[in-house]
Design a protein around this ligand. Structure first.
Ligand code: NAP
Length: 287
């Protein structure tokens, strides 16, 4: 299904990926709305208020015609809520949906796997064009969630053991998202968005050590220790447990794979973790 006229709605507009899709759309002259709970937007972009928990924020967004929606799940299982929003957007004329999924979440699985199924079914019924982006773990987690551990303690915590991950840059995910949101035809499929190298958390610690010039150590926790840690940092208990269980999956090799989707779709090689660290060294400088 080809894209219609109207703006692209980017949910999770302050998030790691949508904030990197926005400049690509801006540079290409494609109109878009950046949605967040605050409703504000940087760089003169148009911001709109959107809260998954407050349905009164949903309908006003469609005062501007929306042709395509980039969907980011909230930090809990919200599949029915997300499907309800897809139905609303469809009734208002949106005809393309791109879901930010995860490499570990198969179609039909937890968190947003049933939203994936729903998009495919709507696509097969000829109602929408769609794509599901299934990235592995983001480099940029180290700019946000994990940055204080490195800055203050020189430590990286996980319960992934010697499990390897093909760490990927949010810039590469955004580049793929830009393509599938703006291409004349939607791909109507999912993509595994993976980086170029399989690295353990101990490998990452070595990369940080060499780039920052001080010893950074990986601390391998148990799954329950990691869940408690996420809860102590303010995440809901259920979400903390789900996140920690992903580490256990990695420990058992669930992420040990590569894919050429980034190169195939963007025409460039995905960014290496060590280049990401070099570019952002100041983030982890000690006070
Ligand atoms: N990080 C990773 O390594 C990774 C790997 C694979 C897949 N993923 C998937 O990617 C998605 C983003 O993950 P992330 O943790 O890295 O998040 P993130 O980039 O930090 O973005 C989370 C976004 O959700 C928005 N948000 C939170 N609560 C909201 C609510 N109630 N209503 C509307 N928006 C809300 C936040 O915006 P405001 O607070 O400004 O409203 C923020 O923009 C998740 O679905 C995750 O499963 C992440």
């Amino acid at each position: 299904m080809s894209s219609q006229s109207g703006s692209i709605l980017l949910l999770g507009g302050t998030g790691k990926v949508a904030s990197r899709i926005a400049p690509l759309l801006h540079a290409a002259g494609v109109p878009f709305l950046l949605a967040s709970r605050a409703g504000s937007a940087p760089n003169g972009y148009t911001g709109v208020k959107f809260d998954w928990e407050d349905e009164s924020t949903w309908e006003p967004i469609f005062a501007t015609p929306i042709s395509a929606v980039y969907l980011v799940s909230p930090r809990r299982d919200a599949q029915d809520t997300m499907k309800k929003f897809v139905d609303l957007a469809l009734s208002k004329g949106a005809r393309r949906f791109v879901l930010l999924g995860a490499s570990l979440v198969e179609e039909g699985g937890q968190m947003f796997g049933k939203v994936h199924t729903y998009l495919r079914e709507l696509g097969e019924a000829g109602k929408i064009g769609w794509a599901v982006l299934r990235p592995t773990w983001f480099h940029e987690n180290f700019l946000h969630d994990h940055a204080p551990d490195i800055r203050k303690e020189n430590k990286i915590y996980s319960s992934t053991g010697s499990g390897k991950i093909p760490w990927v840059s949010a810039e590469d995910i955004a580049a793929v998202a830009f393509h599938v949101l703006t291409a004349a035809q939607a791909p109507n499929t999912d993509y595994l968005i993976l980086g170029p190298e399989l690295l353990t958390h101990a490998d990452l610690a070595e990369i940080f050590t060499s780039a920052l010039g001080r010893k950074i150590t990986h601390v391998d926790l148990t799954e329950s220790e990691l869940a408690e840690r996420w809860t102590s940092l303010g995440l809901p208990a259920e979400f903390s447990a789900a996140l920690a269980s992903l580490d256990t999956a990695v420990r058992h090799g669930s992420e040990e794979r590569t894919s050429d989707d980034v190169r195939r779709i963007t025409g460039r090689e995905p960014k290496r973790f060590r280049d990401f660290v070099e570019e952002n060294k100041d983030t982890w400088a000690q006070d």
